[in-house]
Design a protein around this ligand. Sequence first.
Ligand code: GLN
Length: 197
Amino acid sequence: MRVGVLAIQGNVREHKRHLARVGAEPVEVRRPSELSDLDGLILPGGESTTMSLLMEEYGLLQPLRERAQSRPFPIYGTCAGLILLATEVVGLSPARLGLMDIVADRNAYGRQVASFEMSLPIPVLGPDPFPAVFIRAPKIARMGAGVVALATYQGDVVMAEQGQYLVSAFHPEMSPDTRIHAYFVEKVRKARQAEGS
Ligand code: GLN
């Protein structure tokens, strides 16, 4: 399974390392041509405005959107990646993929509590909580009926999925725990199987 990591900003190396640990082949993606033989894609965290501008400059937004809408193509957006996947963004909203029925509120945790780490229960991963690192994290302000909440923190949904799309407000690549990458790669495997049958 070839899983791309958008290599514009953020912890590209850490995502690649986690993907390799769970048995996928990680591929750095910058150009539209690099999308053709991928089975899925991770959008790392960073700064969504910068990522958006560069994705436009590299001509990635439209090809990626088409790829995801025409064939099975799971995408996992972490933090800024969540903002890029959201159909709506509160306030200043960057150009983005807009594929998942969520409203993202950028920097919703504010400056004071800009970054923190906590033990987050994520039932789909099993009984052990996940060491979740939040860095200037966005919040999911609203989500559509087709979106499933996978984890909540202080009443806010911080991890969710809708069909082939997965998002988390936190950075799973910053802890040694690879369960979320394994969960995503399993989604990619199922999508590939569905396409093949
Ligand atoms: N809040 C940031 C943004 O608007 C995202 C922060 C992150 O990805 N760590 O892009």
